[in-house]
Design a binder for this molecule. Structure first.
Ligand SMILES: CC(C)(COP(=O)(O)OP(=O)(O)OC[C@H]1O[C@@H](n2cnc3c(N)ncnc32)[C@H](O)[C@@H]1OP(=O)(O)O)[C@@H](O)C(=O)NCCC(=O)NCCS
Length: 298
């Protein structure tokens, strides 16, 4: 399997671009949610499976995204980035259009590790209450104003599958930046915005000397490999007995491991089951070639 790793340098990446990249403000989250609804409209998981009634209730899909972002906003180990372009009225009022969005989170064995690394609040800090309060508020909101575009059965299918993948973020990968969500508005794709949003997380992980990981949507594997996630797939979001995502195509897990770390490729097995466009034969050939190259000469 070949992959192109580009040097991590946010400034060189952004110097020539027609868009701006910055930390999101709370007031950007509604526009980011709208943009995610558009970008994922045809996605096999977030579009077709979770939101089968999205054509009848297009605005309701925004609730799905907005409510997720709002809860995590109050956790300092979650970082939200946006790309923007100037609107037609920019000269008059400085208004921008949110065209891309990335939600990164820092995974760690415990909140203390994140706190030590500067991505958490002390145990006594009252701001720790903000997240549970906002979660309660969002639950109440979901009851008062349900997401009519969502499938009753599958609205929380992603959350139900979480525990099946715990074994992947262990050992040398237990401290890690993880790309929770990435989307670029369809009208602004193929302009380098997606890559720039990804590179910011890869760069941060490299600075901290930790791994960086992503679960790729079906068909987006080559995009992430080209961005620098050069290890994997090391797992699949639908793996494990009883995983509700078993039949959902895609969901392959890729890593950029921390500098100097070389872990053996995962053995072939039932975790690879599942449809999707990823070329497993090509991957197998690459893994086999690597293991032959690494064998000691007789
Ligand atoms: C995936 C996504 C974020 C890419 O954003 P983008 O702004 O179009 O990507 P970029 O312009 O930065 O592309 C960077 C490189 O990846 C390539 N690329 C983009 N999408 C690709 C794809 N689906 N397959 C293979 N390569 C792809 C580009 O051609 C470009 O290559 P180059 O630098 O050699 O020209 C965007 O297509 C999107 O929002 N899709 C819908 C939502 C989604 O699936 N998000 C990912 C969830 S895991």
């Amino acid at each position: 399997m070949s992959s192109t790793t580009r040097p991590l340098s946010p400034s060189s990446l952004l110097a020539q671009s027609a868009f701006d990249l910055r930390r999101a403000r709370f007031s950007d989250l509604a526009a980011a949610a709208r943009m995610c609804s558009r970008a994922f409209d045809d996605d096999v998981l977030f579009g077709r499976l979770i939101h089968p009634y999205r054509k009848s209730y297009p605005g309701d899909v925004d609730k799905y995204w907005y409510r997720r972002f709002v809860v995590d906003w109050w956790d300092p180990s979650h970082i939200f980035l946006v790309t923007t372009v100037p609107s037609a009225e920019y000269e008059d009022n400085g208004e921008e259009i949110v065209t891309g969005f990335a939600h990164w989170s820092r995974i760690a064995p415990s909140w203390r590790d994140n706190y030590k690394a500067g991505w958490g609040w002390a145990w006594w800090d009252p701001r720790r209450l903000l997240r549970p309060i906002s979660r309660l508020f969002v639950r109440l909101l979901a009851w008062l104003s349900p997401n009519r575009a969502a499938s009753r059965k599958d609205e929380f299918i992603v959350e139900r599958s979480y525990n099946y993948l715990d074994h992947i973020w262990t050992g040398q990968r237990s401290e890690c930046w993880y790309l929770e969500c990435l989307a670029v508005h369809p009208d602004y794709q193929k302009q380098g915005q997606g890559r720039a949003l990804v590179m910011m997380g890869l760069w941060q992980a490299q600075r901290e000397g930790v791994a960086c990981s992503v679960i790729a949507a079906d068909g987006k594997e080559k995009f992430y490999q080209a961005c620098g996630f050069d290890v994997g797939p090391v797992g699949r979001s639908g793996e494990g007995e009883g995983n509700p995502l078993k039949e959902v195509p895609g969901g392959l897990v890729f890593f950029k491991d921390k500098e100097g770390l070389v872990l053996p490729d995962r053995q072939f097995g039932s975790w690879m089951d599942g449809h999707g466009v990823f070329d497993w034969d090509e991957w197998k050939k690459g893994v086999e070639t690597k293991s032959t190259d690494n064998q000691e000469p007789e």
